[in-house]
Design a protein around this ligand. Sequence first.
Ligand code: SF4
Length: 104
Amino acid sequence: MSILIDRQRCIGCGKCSDICPGSLIKTAPDKKAVIIYPRDCWGCTACLKECPTGAISFYLGADIGGQGSCMHIEKNGCITRWIIQQPDKEPITIETDSRTANKY
Ligand code: SF4
């Protein structure tokens, strides 16, 4: 499992680095985020949820049936959209609302 950081979308806020429980994300000299040991990423997705610009994608590997799919997050207030992009298919979107996520 690992992530991909889009350097064009990264604004260098450092939130992903602060939240990564494995301390795997560092800041490059140009202030952009970089993952230094991608193979050590265990896929907690904390950085995806924290990134304000949706710059981080998460590979869904063959080991979990991802077949080359990639997931990223788009947030709008309380709404979080988990978007899974599959090769040669329409994206799948799962929407959650933080106001009701812990309702049960
Ligand atoms: Fe860049 Fe997103 Fe990390 Fe902020 S949280 S440093 S925008 S990748």
